[in-house]
Design a protein around this ligand. Structure first.
Ligand code: UT7
Length: 411
């Protein structure tokens, strides 16, 4: 029998930190209000050079180091994100290229804040089915680029960051045990952000579908390309599903609620976590919270929390853990897992992985040059087949030619 264990973890948060007091100079809010109503003390914000991809790559490199494996061993890369750098190619493909993960499939997963648990569940099933031996699951979001910094209802809540884990096949019992994935698209208009190309209708398009519509929610925010959220409704939804999904997945794993050693919930609001703890009849110390340091980083909150929980000694071998998330869609998801034995970090491999990363960069550049040369030869040889006005290449500004792994942030 095959099992899927988490054997590596890593996180990356941008250098720039914005405190509540700093935020209060931009919008009509206060440190007291934000702390009391959400538990957030500060958030990390992407700088001009940070992208969804660069944060994801840095988190992934750290996770590969901890797992003590090279990128070439990875069979599947899933990036859960709502804020990809491009509609296509996927962030996962850019990560694959930056890491030099030559034997890997790669795709993005859009399930908002539940995306990481969705990805973990899918990758673990692929490992258990025997299709792959290693998977890299990343949650990466740059929410600061989709919130309206004049809207105090949303801008105080979100931050940027990425977290990653490596899943490994093993014949040792434990690891990912079971999961519950759910959605209710009728709540799509509770929390949404329109694509930038949605309204660029050039030729007649099929009749638009119902939700989310401009009529639902705040159309001005949506029209401007910002996220819209009905905070109170999402709050009620989050409170309900954190508890119910935890119960469902615990039952599937054959656990009583009292058997759970630690729940790592999506970090959206401390009051939602407290309400879930109350509904489950658990003390608050059974639910992990680090929202004070990062705010809501969407798909990244759970993998970042895994890293912090490990660093603070909150995840011990054989602990019974539940990961549970909720978000736009509406989506919600929970996974039950038995924590495995962490591996010892080897300095040799860390160095080797840096060398491999450099080589992946060279290889990527060489391939790009080769394609350009091939393309120009092709155009010269056959002008009829290849149109002169080819679609523009991806802007180099946002491609990740040389993403240097970031040192761990102390918060
Ligand atoms: O990843 C999942 C997505 N997001 C979430 O899970 C968020 C879920 N929702 C929430 O966390 C909460 O609903 C919020 C934090 C967004 C809002 O907290 P609330 O306790 O539900 O506040 P509220 O919307 O009921 O507003 C209460 C008051 C209002 O003033 P009045 O009408 O009572 O005078 C708001 O205008 O607080 C005011 N308010 C603020 N005041 C200072 C709203 N936002 C702020 C703010 N600073 N940032």
């Amino acid at each position: 029998m095959r099992y899927a264990h988490i054997v590596g973890w890593g996180k990356c948060t941008p250098e720039k930190v914005m405190t509540n007091d700093e935020l209060a100079t931009i919008v009509d809010t206060s440190d007291t209000w934000i702390r009391d109503r959400t538990g957030i003390g500060q958030r990390h914000l992407a700088g001009p050079k940070d992208t969804c991809t660069s944060l994801a790559v840095n988190a992934a490199v750290e996770a590969l180091d901890v797992a003590n494996i090279s990128a070439a061993q990875i069979g599947m890369i899933i990036v859960a994100t709502s804020t990809p750098d491009f509609a296509f190619p996927s962030t996962a493909c850019l990560v694959q290229d930056a890491l030099g993960a030559d034997a890997s499939g790669a795709f993005d997963l859009s399930a908002a804040c539940s995306g990481f648990v969705y990805g973990l569940s899918m990758a673990s099933d692929a490992i258990k089915a025997g299709s792959i031996d290693y998977a890299l699951i990343i949650g990466s979001d740059v929410m600061s680029r989709v919130v309206d910094w004049k809207d105090r209802n949303t801008c105080v809540l979100f931050g940027d960051g990425a977290g990653a884990v490596v899943l490994q096949a093993s014949d040792q019992p434990g690891g990912m045990l079971t999961s519950v994935l759910r959605a209710d698209g009728s709540g799509g208009d509770m929390l949404y952000c329109r694509s930038t190309y949605r309204d660029k209708i050039v030729v007649s398009a099929p009749q638009d579908t119902a939700a989310p519509t401009a009529a639902s929610g705040n159309s001005k925010l949506a029209d401007a390309g910002f996220m819209y959220m009905n905070g109170r409704e999402v709050f009620r939804f989050g409170t309900r599903v954190l508890a119910s999904a935890t119960r469902d997945v615990a039952t599937r794993a054959g656990w009583e609620i009292g058997d759970i050693d630690l729940i790592i919930p999506h970090q959206a609001n401390n009051r939602i976590i407290e309400a879930a703890a109350k509904a489950l009849g658990l003390p608050m110390d059974k639910l992990y919270s680090n929202i004070e340091h990062y705010g809501n980083t969407s798909a990244a909150t759970i993998p970042i929390a895994i890293c912090d929980a490990v660093n603070h000694g909150r995840l011990r071998p054989n602990d019974r853990i539940i990961l549970v998330g909720f978000g736009a869609g509406l989506t919600w998801a929970a996974a039950a897992l038995q924590w495995g034995t962490p591996r010892i970090l080897s300095r040799t491999n860390r160095t080797l992985n840096r060398v491999r990363l450099g080589l992946a960069n060279v290889r990527s550049r060489t391939r790009r040059i080769f394609r350009k040369v091939e393309d120009s030869l092709f155009v010269n040889n056959d002008k009829h087949v290849k149109p002169q006005a080819a679609p523009p290449a991806i802007a180099p500004r946002s491609t990740p030619p040389a993403v240097e792994p970031e040192k761990e942030q102390k918060v």
